[in-house]
Design a protein around this ligand. Structure first.
Ligand SMILES: [Cu+2]
Length: 151
């Protein structure tokens, strides 16, 4: 019976090793995704008519791009659209009237245009405030970004 016990112990060891290998692979994937998520900031270009045009798409659970740099005191035209799917999303910037920033729009498959004239240098976070029942809000799941207004 001692040999049976040995075999059993060997099997347990193999299982533990297999588990550790799977764990390490998954940890590696998670780490790779983490580093991959650092997106580059998108700097809006100024069109010949003096308008800075940016297209933002939103979905579960992201905005792309999620860091937008625009120049102060020049009109901005944001084209917002939602990735296809049934999950509702919106885009909100807390109303900052003296900075010319105020967005609260639902996203739809059809692109919508929002016009702003940023009047103050600063960072203005935007996010989606949708939430399903008691689950985490979309913002908490990563559906957020920032508009950075520069000189
Ligand atoms: Cu959302």
């Amino acid at each position: 019976m001692a040999s049976l016990k040995n075999i059993y112990q060997k099997e347990v060891k193999i299982k533990v090793i297999k588990f550790l290998m799977v764990f390490l692979v998954l940890a590696g994937i998670a780490f790779a995704q983490d580093t991959g998520e650092k997106k580059k900031a998108y700097t809006a270009t100024v069109d010949p008519d003096g308008v800075q045009r940016v297209t933002i798409s939103g979905g579960s659970y992201f905005f792309e791009p999620d860091h937008i740099i625009v120049k102060v005191n020049m009109p901005v035209e944001l084209t917002i659209k939602k990735e296809s799917g049934i999950v509702p999303h919106n885009i909100i910037i807390i109303n900052a009237p003296d900075a010319g920033m105020d967005i609260n729009e639902s996203l739809s498959d059809k692109p919508k245009i929002i016009q702003l004239i940023p009047k103050k240098v600063g960072k203005y976070p935007f996010y989606c405030d949708k939430r399903l029942l008691f689950f985490k809000s979309h913002k908490e799941k990563g559906m957020e970004g920032v508009i950075e207004v520069v000189e």
